[in-house]
Each structure stands twice: as C-alpha cells, then as structure tokens.
Design a protein around this ligand. Structure first.
Ligand code: NAD
Length: 420
C-alpha cells in the first residue's frame, strides 16, 4: 500500500463541522500513533475501543479489513469566507458555552495553527446575501463565476503540489445556500461550462466549488467531491457528466445526522407493521452559526425540503408533514428536535409517538465527514467512478438512490465493503 498522504479540503473550514472534524482527526492521528485505534471497533461487550473512535462508522467490524487510509495519513486545507482564524474558531467552540472538550482541543492547537496557513479565501459568487454578509475583506466581491472556479481550482492544485498528495477529498461543509432548481439548468456539461462566462451565471458557490474540485489536477493527483450540505453542489446532471469525464467520484447531499436519521429508522418500522402514519410534525431549535444562516427563510427553505421529503418516500401513504427550524441563540450547537407522530392502528384507533432528540450538531456531523473522506479514498483506490450509492446512509438526499431506509442503506455499504 502506498504511503503517500491524502488531502481533505474543507469548504467552510472554520465552521462548526469543519473545526470539529479537524480536532477529532488530530486526536485520532495521535491515538493511531500510540496504537490506540486501528479498526478494532466495539469489543464483545459492545464497548467502543476508545471514546475517540466512538461514532465512526469506518471503525466498525465490517470495515476492519478494508484498505482504508490511516488517521495519520491525512493533510487538511480548505476555503473560508469569514475573517476568523481556525484556532480562534476552535476556541469559540470550547469553554462553558461550547462543546469541544479541552482535553482534545489543547493538543490540537498546533495542528489548527498549521492548517490555518492552508486556508484560502473562498468565494461568495451566487451564495446569496445572508452568506455574502459573513465574508471578510480578503474575499473578492466582484469576481465572475469563471474567475472563482479558476482561483479555487488553483488553490486546490497548489495544495496537491505543496503536500505531495495522492488524492484530495473536497468536502462542502459551508453554510446552506438559497435553493436553486437543478432541473432548470442545462443538462449537458458543455452548456453549463459556457454559462461560467456569462455575467448572469445562475450557478451558486457550492457548484462552482464542485466544478473547481473536479477539474483540479496536479501530476497524477485529482480530487473527489462530497456535498455535506443541502446546497446545489454537484447535484445537477451536467456536473454528474463532468464527474464521469474527469473519471472522478462524488456524493451528497446533506449529512443525515439527527432528526432525519431517526425518521429514516422509524418510518420503515411504521410501514412494515402496516401502521398508518397520518401526520409527522418536527420542530427543531438551535443557535449556532448554521442556525443563524438558516434563519433567513430563503436559506431555510433548502434545509426544510431536505428534511421533509423522506417520509413520503418511505411510507405507503404520504402523511401530512410539517418541519420547522427556529434559531434560538442560547441553544448554541445543541439542537433539540421534538417530533410528534400521529398514526392509526387496528380498527383505525389513533395513537401517538413523540420523541425529543437533543444532539450536539457538530459532534454528530464530524465523524460522518471523516468516514466519508476515508470511504471516498477507498473508492478511488478501487477505481470507482461516478456517484457513490454505497454511501447513501450518510445523506438525507443521496444522489441516485431512492432507498431511504437507514438499515437498507447501511446494508449497501456493507455489501460494497465485502467486494474486492
Ligand atoms: N449536524 C450538522 O451539523 C449538519 C448536518 C447536515 C448538514 N449540515 C450542513 O453542514 C454545513 C455546515 O454546518 P456548520 O454547523 O458547520 O455551519 P457553520 O455555520 O458553523 O459553518 C459554515 C462555515 O462555512 C463558511 N462559509 C459560508 N459560505 C462559504 C463559502 N461560500 N465558501 C467558504 N466558506 C463558506 C462560514 O463562514 C462558516 O465558517 C451547513 O450547510 C449545514 O446545514 C450540518
């Protein structure tokens, strides 16, 4: 197996999910060096090997024999638009108001300083006014879509060259953009490419990043693209064509970490017991930067759609649904979701199930980002090209996969892992 390093390029590098991923990766690399990880997964009693590997799917037994990159094999870089250093961003997520444990943050400070030197100014082209208002002075205000693609591509290529990387996994963990209907865009890559030069190019920043990532190349090194957000990213068919032209791979969209994960577990249970779900209401409150951006109704609509569509795809009769997301500043990164499920049993007798999920958003999301990077690198080593349906269990709206039940999606990952 090659000993060359692999890159993770985080778009939104100083955000909650990105920063938590970096701190966790640092802890994992240290533990790896001490021989305290290594794909052992839970022991016979079900206890995780250590709290560092807890929540990492790639550390589970079905994946133990895979040729996954080690935790120390990664180099991190990224794009960010806010004028905030990575160490400062991390510090703001620790302490009494925060969630990052000091015992992992303090040793990670040197890594955060080093990675901060590889964070480049991002683009706000097509990102909408709420996101543009976050941008610091280094972010160009007037660049064209084509200029943005060229600049981002050059940054990723520089990263490949400077670090001598074998492959780069570009992960979009930037703020959620206002929605754009992918069906209204041209379906052929050649037509979308021509749009980049138009002053009225409709492509949002997330798609410009996807194009730049897929075009990036240095010597034999190329990149794959993962869209962890509900933003458009590589969703358009034309970008799927570019993925094939570049012999690359991509997957999205929108990480499935909390309330929607529960929906994808519980809805199949109702369906398989032939219980008739009449309505499913989910109220979400949280107070981090993601929540502040989603407080804009336009940005929020992309997220609500992403959280809502699963139920009608999993239940035989689409129930009445309602999803609300409210920004409550005092909650910080802790998201509370209260779901009320009204269903009918034998003889039409109505019943109710309610659950309350109190999760720390970034702590739930970061392990998925790290798992996705590892599995994507393995997919490249296996020569996989195109969307990666075996990663469906990580997403609310998996590209090219109609199966929404979590257990069946997970079985897809296990079957892929068993292939040689
Ligand atoms: N559990 C979860 O946290 C979870 C689950 C699924 C999806 N997501 C999605 O992941 C994304 C990140 O979540 P978060 O909690 O880290 O949000 P966050 O607001 O903490 O971080 C987003 C970061 O992206 C930066 N950014 C915004 N637009 C950018 C651009 N065009 N280029 C470069 N950087 C840009 C912001 O400045 C910020 O630092 C959001 O879109 C969120 O909806 C999160």
């Amino acid at each position: 197996m090659s000993k060359k390093k692999v890159g993770i390029w985080l778009i939104g590098a100083a955000g909650g999910v990105a920063t938590t991923s970096i701190v966790a990766l640092d802890a994992l690399a240290r533990a790896n060096a001490r021989g305290k990880t290594g794909g052992k997964g839970p022991d016979r009693a079900g206890h995780a090997a250590s709290d560092i590997t807890t929540a990492l799917t790639s550390e589970l037994p079905p994946f133990a024999r895979l040729d996954l990159p080690g935790w120390g094999d990664w180099v991190v870089g990224g794009h960010e638009i806010r004028d905030i250093s990575l160490p400062d961003a991390a510090r703001s997520m620790a302490g009494p108001e925060g969630f990052l444990p000091a015992k992992y943050l303090e040793p990670a400070m040197a890594s955060l300083e080093e990675i901060a030197r590889r964070v480049r100014p991002g683009t706000i082209v097509g990102a909408g006014p709420t996101i543009a208002a976050l941008a610091g002075p280094d972010v160009p205000r007037e660049e064209s879509a084509q200029d943005a693609v060229r600049r981002i591509q050059a940054d990723i290529e520089q990263f490949m060259a400077d670090e001598g990387l074998e492959h780069v996994v570009v992960v979009n963990v930037a703020s959620t953009e206002p929605p754009i209907d992918a069906d209204r865009l041209p379906h052929r890559w050649a037509d979308v490419e021509a749009l980049l030069d138009s002053p009225t190019c409709p492509l949002p920043a997330s798609t410009l990043y996807a194009i730049a990532a897929l075009k990036a190349e240095h010597a034999d090194t190329t990149a794959s693209y993962i869209n962890f957000t509900p933003s458009l990213g590589s969703t358009p068919a034309a970008i799927g064509e570019l993925v094939h032209l570049r012999q690359s791979r991509h997957m999205g969209c929108d990480g499935k970490t909390g309330e929607t994960l529960l929906k994808s577990v519980l809805a199949p249970m109702f369906a398989r017991r032939n219980l008739d779900v009449m309505s499913w209401v989910g109220h979400n409150i949280f107070g981090n930067l993601d929540g502040r951006v989603l407080d804009n109704p336009v940005n929020k609509s992309a997220k609500v759609r992403s959280k809502d569509h699963l139920l009608s795809e999993m239940l035989p009769r689409p129930p009445q649904t309602h999803v609300s997301i409210e920004y409550i500043e005092s909650m910080g990164d802790w998201k509370t979701a209260w779901d009320h499920i009204h269903f009918r049993g034998l003889l039409g007798v109505p019943m109710t199930m309610q659950f309350i999920w109190q999760g720390c958003d970034s702590i739930l999301a970061a392990p998925l980002v790290l798992d996705l990077a590892r599995f994507t690198e393995l997919a490249r080593r296996r020569g996989h090209v195109g969307p990666m349906p075996f990663l469906a269990s990580f997403f609310k709206s998996p590209y090219g996969v109609s199966e929404q039940a979590f257990d069946r999606q997970f079985a897809m990952l296990e079957r892929w892992a068993e292939q040689e």
